[in-house]
Design a protein around this ligand. Structure first.
Ligand SMILES: Cc1cc2nc3c(=O)[nH]c(=O)nc-3n(C[C@H](O)[C@H](O)[C@H](O)COP(=O)(O)OP(=O)(O)OC[C@H]3O[C@@H](n4cnc5c(N)ncnc54)[C@H](O)[C@@H]3O)c2cc1C
Length: 362
């Protein structure tokens, strides 16, 4: 396999492009819009599961490996692109967890560092809060810009505003991808189209269950240092950037492919933010945005070769944690595509068959 065509230039597409290019392949990324402007741009940049004790081992394995790899990636991207993705360990407070004792026990058993809230956050709430000091964050737009620049300087070809409209199979191979400007050919094709991956693959008959789940965020500008770390309480969170911006997120909505922001979400997020940190009432509300997560059952992505087409691959469905998992998902993909040695067991991310109607019944 000498060349790879990647459909979708979000965090998963760009990171895999860089990995495959560094492994010696000719790599081209097509994106139907500008690259790095969908879910990967819209995310909050928390590099952790929100309540890791609520997820199964397959979700935790990718998140844990991703967290381990992120410091190296952040340094690599800063050095190769000159753009600082603002990776920094900042810690995360979980206020009033429903299952405090079980959560603590899980952290101890899994080796996740955990302490009481630091003094700088002690005014917030509750003696039963959990502080995870090793949680880090990155600033998504900068991270994506750094990845794009690193990929370009490694020799990855990027073609924006070009959607892959149809995958063209013949026998056991994909022979091309249809676009508005003609059919594109490559030895292998990787689908990293985020929330759109399911619909792009559907005509081939084995589409993984990936569907859009909208998330909205409100951005404040406050004084730098108002909040030292991420704070999570009952479904919502605040994420402080070093320059004083604070993100209040996020909603989880089934709204199809509609990225409109809504007054209801704004109200929900403002209620949460003001309730948690009343000083935010004095802060400027800069903007509100929405993104479409690639939702998948159990938050388990599909990272595998197509069951019938030997040169078609997918890496998608990371749902709420695509940024956290991206370096680990890239390793799994490299294992599947090139046989590269990985650390994570790849079996849980196998292409789950969704047989076409009428197939397979006796
Ligand atoms: C509000 C919100 C908060 C979040 N917070 C966090 C967080 O704190 N931490 C975390 O780890 N994750 C978070 N996430 C989730 C994370 O952002 C996603 O899981 C991740 O960005 C998915 O990346 P992706 O590359 O798979 O998809 P995307 O970033 O959506 O990229 C897919 C790309 O494919 C392109 N595309 C689509 N169809 C086609 C086609 N037919 N042909 C060519 N290109 C196509 C799109 O234009 C897009 O650029 C959050 C998401 C949202 C919305």
């Amino acid at each position: 396999m000498n060349s790879c065509l990647i459909l979708g230039g979000g965090i998963n597409g760009l990171l895999c492009a860089l990995l495959l290019r560094r492994a010696g392949l000719e790599v081209r990324v097509l994106d139907r819009g500008p690259v790095g402007r969908e879910s990967s741009w819209a995310g909050a940049g928390i590099l952790s599961l929100l309540l890791p004790w609520n997820y199964g081992p397959e979700v935790n394995a990718l998140a844990r490996r991703g967290r381990l790899l992120w410091p190296g990636w952040a340094e690599d991207l800063l050095n190769t692109s000159g753009i600082d993705p603002e990776f920094r360990p900042c810690g995360m407070a979980v206020l009033s967890p429903e299952n405090h004792d079980a959560a603590l026990a899980w952290c101890v058993a899994q080796g996740e560092a955990v302490t009481a809230l630091p003094r700088t956050l002690a005014h917030l709430e509750g003696a039963d809060a959990i502080w995870l000091p090793n949680v880090a964050q990155a600033r998504n737009p900068r991270l994506l810009q750094a990845l794009l620049k690193a990929a370009l300087s490694a020799g990855v070809k990027i073609q924006e505003n070009t959607a892959g409209t149809r995958l063209l199979p013949r026998g056991t191979k994909l022979v091309g991808v249809e676009t508005a400007s003609g059919v594109v050919h490559a030895d292998s094709v990787l689908v990293t189209a985020g929330a759109w991956s399911g619909e792009l693959l559907a005509p081939l008959g084995h589409a993984p269950e990936i569907a859009p789940i909208r998330g909205q965020i409100v951005l404040f500008k406050a004084a730098p240092g108002l909040l030292p770390g991420v704070v999570y309480r009952r479904g919502h969170y605040l994420v402080p950037r070093t320059d004083g911006h604070i993100l209040a997120g996020s909603t989880l909505e089934e709204a199809g492919f509609d990225k409109t922001t809504t007054p209801q979400a704004r109200e929900e997020l403002l209620d949460f933010a003001y309730g948690l940190l009343p000083q935010l009432r004095q802060a400027e509300i800069v903007t509100q945005w929405a993104g479409l997560r690639p939702g998948s059952p159990g938050n388990v992505p599909t990272i595998d070769r197509h069951p019938d087409l030997e040169n078609l691959f997918v890496n998608s469905g990371q749902f709420r944690y695509g940024v956290t998992m991206a370096p680990a998902a890239g390793e799994v993909l490299l294992h599947r595509m090139l046989g590269a040695v990985g650390v994570v067991d790849v079996a849980p991310y196998a292409w789950r068959h969704k047989p076409a109607a009428g197939n397979g019944s006796p």
